[in-house]
Write a protein that binds this ligand. Structure first.
Ligand SMILES: *Cc1c(COP(=O)(O)O)cnc(C)c1O
Length: 570
């Protein structure tokens, strides 16, 4: 029998020593107890490993699990290779050079550039400041004003911008953390939430909050789900199940809150999340399911009713990300376009993120997160009852918040109205359909570009037919990243995507006016590039071409961090 060794020390005796409680006997008893404990621990250990293995096999299947294992080993091996001194020196040099190139492009320098890195000894006149602001606004840039930028600037027209400036002027000092000082801001905030809830067919029980943007809305919904799971079910090792196309803000939130992520494939031809795989990944630690309506990369709406059935069956929260769909997707049906099911009318949907600063045309820094019940919203609140600074309570991440943005948002919603948003839906989705149809049908485009899935709202993504399924005549093939670089050279800022390699256009009102220019330039770039795959690489081609081929992304991360550093270079 193992564990029968004698303890080297004798135990202190309690009371009078009897024959039964002799030191030898006590030691034997203790040894037995330790032995049992050892067995229990072993059983627990084996049970945990078995459970983890079974969950892994159920979620990812045998082949999937082996593939994941292989990928992980390959990645680690590659990571070790990168750490070899001579490799590292070469990588370092390449990264430094790429970052220096980037800096040259982003940070103005030269004799004409005056840098202000310290306070002026005596303050400027208002006119001096104004003149400098004009110069700053007019710095050489990609022309969003001419509809050259995908997404990014969700402009609602000059009249609306002027109105927003007036709202800023009136509420510049305001802060909703002091509702007694700024009662008008409190009223506007509550009304923005109420109007958005109505638009997404929320039930009477529903509640919501405004935030600084889509990322914060999503992070709040994750927090709410995590707190709910912890308080109601005691979940200490939370897991979240994400479509791999879900916005990166979910990964950010999961990383901030130490939540394990399960990434679910969104396979061709529909590019919607594989709900059978979602189902297999649900376990006792799951805190939330997620769907996008639509997602950022491809503008595809996931199968929300199928996700809803899973959420209801397993009593789990389901978040639908409508950050991008925002004020366009609720108007699809009325505008006469095919409309998916995505809002609170689908019974399992418990929270929705809606960016007022996208197609709501509110000023940047404004979004909402909506919940089916006020209780769910309560789980995102932060309250500190015993701070020396007083009892403290705030609804979301920030403490002080800009009341001016709430006023700007409220003014935008009121100015636009239902008819305004219906009209922009017609224009924006109409333009997206025009782009989609041209790529599918024009002889000049259809043999070189393929639309990704069936986009339903404002984003159209397209890839080269050689990447993945549907390979066609190599004489018509284009390298999609070279294509992105060629479009950049013509003044366009489209979004490069990976897995699969593709690019997309998110249509905004400025783009609506430039659609014919866009189609003409798409045709010209196809004409120039077809049949020339794998020639000289431009910057998008270089980054994504290399990034896609690397098993270990640490080089890409280094580059991205270098990019972030350049944002703070004067
Ligand atoms: C834009 C967007 C978000 C949130 O982005 P923010 O930049 O934080 O506003 C979330 N989901 C989707 C699908 C988006 O397009």
């Amino acid at each position: 029998m193992p564990g029968s060794t004698r303890l080297p020390v004798s135990l202190p005796a309690f009371g009078k020593q009897s024959a039964i409680r002799s030191p030898a006997r006590q030691a034997a008893l203790l040894n037995q107890a330790l032995d049992v404990l050892r067995h229990v621990l072993l059983i627990l250990f084996v049970f945990r490993i078995t459970r983890k293995t079974l969950l892994q096999l159920r979620g990812y299947g045998l082949v999937g699990s082996l593939q994941a294992l292989y990928k992980e080993l390959y990645k680690r091996g590659y990571g070790l290779f990168l750490r070899l001194p001579f490799v590292q020196a070469k990588v370092r040099a390449d990264v430094d050079k790429a970052v220096a190139d980037l800096e040259g492009k982003l940070v103005p320098s030269g004799p004409g550039v005056i840098k202000y890195t310290a306070l002026p000894a005596s303050g400027w006149t208002a006119d001096q400041v104004r003149a400098e602001l004009v110069k700053l606004a007019e710095m050489d840039h990609t022309r969003w004003e001419d509809g050259r930028v995908s997404g990014a600037v969700y402009h609602g027209g000059d009249e609306l911008s002027d109105l927003q400036s007036e709202a800023f002027r009136k509420f510049g000092v305001s802060n909703p953390i002091h509702p007694d000082v700024f009662p008008g801001v409190r009223k506007m905030e509550a009304e923005v939430v109420a109007m958005t809830l109505g638009l997404f067919n929320a039930p009477k029980s529903a509640a919501g909050a405004t935030t600084s943007g889509g990322t914060e809305s999503i992070i709040m919904a994750i927090l709410s789900a995590r707190q709910k799971a912890y308080h109601e079910r005691g979940v200490r090792h939370p897991e979240i199940i994400l479509p791999e196309t879900a916005h990166v803000a979910f990964r950010k939130g999961a990383e901030y809150f130490k939540i394990r992520m399960h990434m679910v494939e969104c396979p061709a031809p529909s590019y919607r999340v594989n709900t059978r795989m979602v189902s297999r990944l649900i376990n006792g630690n799951t805190i939330m399911l997620v769907g996008s309506a639509p997602n950022f990369p491809h503008g595809i709406v996931d199968d929300i009713p199928a996700l809803s059935r899973l959420a209801v069956k397993h009593k789990l929260p389901l978040h639908v990300d409508c950050c991008l769909g925002s004020f366009v997707i609720p108007f699809l049906e009325r505008a006469g376009f095919p409309a998916p099911e995505f809002d609170f009318r689908v019974p399992g949907v418990t929270s929705i993120s809606v960016d007022t600063h996208k197609y709501g045309f509110a000023p940047k820094g404004s979004s909402t997160v909506l919940y089916r019940t006020a209780e769910l919203r309560g789980y995102q609140y932060y309250v500190c009852p015993d701070w020396s600074g007083g009892v403290y309570a705030s609804p979301s991440m920030a403490g002080s918040r800009p009341g001016a943005l709430i006023a700007g948002c409220w003014a935008s919603l009121m100015k636009m109205g239902e008819d305004g948003y219906l009209d922009t839906c017609l224009k924006i989705v109409g333009a997206a359909k025009k782009i989609e149809t041209a790529i599918r049908e024009r002889d000049s485009l259809k043999r070189s570009l393929v639309v990704v899935g069936k986009p339903m709202v404002s984003v159209v993504a397209f890839r080269s037919p050689l990447a993945g399924a549907g390979a066609r005549d190599p004489a018509h093939a284009v390298d999609i990243y070279d294509f992105a670089d060629a479009m950049s050279a013509k003044g366009w800022h489209l979004n490069a995507l990976q897995d699969p390699p593709a690019i997309h256009v998110a249509v905004t009102l400025p783009i609506v006016a430039a659609v014919d220019d866009l189609l003409r330039d798409l045709e010209e770039c196809v004409e120039k590039l077809r049949g020339k795959v794998n020639k000289d690489k431009g910057s998008a081609a270089a980054l994504y071409g290399v990034a896609g081929a690397l098993p270990d992304k640490s080089i890409v991360s280094d580059l991205a961090k270098g990019f972030l550093n350049t944002l703070y270079k004067t």
